[in-house]
Design a protein around this ligand. Structure first.
Ligand SMILES: C[S@@+](CC[C@H](N)C(=O)[O-])C[C@H]1O[C@@H](n2cnc3c(N)ncnc32)[C@H](O)[C@@H]1O
Length: 325
């Protein structure tokens, strides 16, 4: 029988297993919030998937019933052929629309109004806020393609964490926008005198959009925690600033600080209509406008109120879920 080895030195006691680092109360709260956010997101994704599956199933059953209801084999073939034709038409329409959108975006790159989203603030945002910003940027890109006069969109300061998150968006590498790791101040140094930082803290009111200028939007989701941040940045860099002329047309129930996607869409709507009022009413949610303002303009706003309800899912999500201010 094999006994214990006599001459071998005793083994050193094993080191205790590493303890997870203790989190501060705030860090624990943040972690919990992040976990809840992730769980909610996963739940929502599963719901959407299930809804799509049920819809597909319902459509399939409907189609089978229609086929079963066909009185003759001839009628059945006619039904199948007309369905094929419908599908072909739908595909053609979609590909035509895609082509038109790409042409509009290419034209905008050649001569459209330059709009920069400044992405140099990732270090000031939580993971949730960065995620919200990515969704807002996705929405901006989708919106830009839908408008008749898209802007020439630049994403600057795309390196680091922000760039890593953006690259996770499916199809991001094919987006027809300028993606610059550099800051706008380097990437557009030859146009420094034309750079205008849009910031709600500016004293200058934007009157019209000047084709020569480059309008910069702070890529930030901060619930206005970082007060005057973009204003200070522009002052330090010695570039012009301007705010949207919201106060001339609307009374807001809270601050006039809007989200990135709202500002981009206001600019797009203005490029289309040359009308600030229409642009603000189209984009700023009813709940952010004052009661008095709504009553005053009720007559002409009825349609506009509906516009908000009719906005595509993406916008609703951005405005209601992601709106940080
Ligand atoms: C959520 S805000 C960020 C607020 C941030 N505390 C700051 O200092 O700008 C996102 C960006 O939208 C633009 N923005 C928001 N409201 C605006 C307004 N009323 N006029 C002009 N630009 C605005 C600004 O470029 C701003 O940086």
């Amino acid at each position: 029988m094999e006994g214990p080895a006599q001459d071998q030195p005793a083994l050193a006691p094993e080191p205790p297993p590493p303890q997870p680092p203790l989190l501060s109360k705030n860090a624990q709260k943040r972690l919990l919030k992040q976990q809840r956010f992730e769980a909610k997101k996963a739940e929502k994704k599963a719901q959407v998937k299930e809804h799509k599956r049920r819809e597909a199933e319902r459509r399939r059953r409907e189609w089978e019933e229609t086929l079963e209801g066909a009185a003759t084999e001839e009628e059945r073939s006619r039904l199948v052929e007309s369905r094929r034709e419908l599908r072909r038409e739908r595909m053609e329409k979609r590909s035509e629309e895609r082509g038109q959108k790409l042409r509009r975006l290419e034209d905008a790159r050649a001569g459209g109004q330059k709009v920069v989203i400044d992405l140099e603030f990732a270090h000031l945002m939580s993971a949730n806020e960065i995620n919200s910003l990515c969704q807002q940027i996705m929405y901006c890109y989708a919106m830009n393609g839908r408008y008749e006069y898209p802007c020439h969109l630049w994403l600057t300061g795309c390196g680091g964490e922000m760039g890593a998150q953006l690259r996770r968006i499916p199809g991001f590498d094919k987006w027809l926008v300028e993606k610059e790791d550099q800051s706008y101040i380097e990437a557009l140094q030859d146009q420094k005198e034309n750079l205008v930082y849009l910031t709600a803290d500016s004293e200058n009111m934007l009157d019209v959009l000047d084709q020569k200028k480059v309008y910069i939007i702070g890529g930030l989701v901060d619930r206005n925690r970082w007060k005057r941040l973009t204003m200070k940045k522009a002052e330090e860099q010695g570039i012009q600033t301007a705010k949207l002329p919201i106060g001339n047309y609307l009374k807001m129930s809270s601050s006039q600080v809007l989200t990135v996607n709202q500002v981009v869409e206001i600019l797009l709507k203005f490029l289309e209509t040359k009308d600030w009022k229409e642009s603000f009413f189209h984009v700023i949610p009813q709940r952010k406008r004052c009661e008095a303002d709504s009553i005053e303009s009720r007559g002409e706003a009825e349609e506009e109120e509906n516009v908000e309800d009719n906005q595509p899912e993406g916008n609703k999500e951005c405005v209601e879920v992601l709106s940080p201010n």
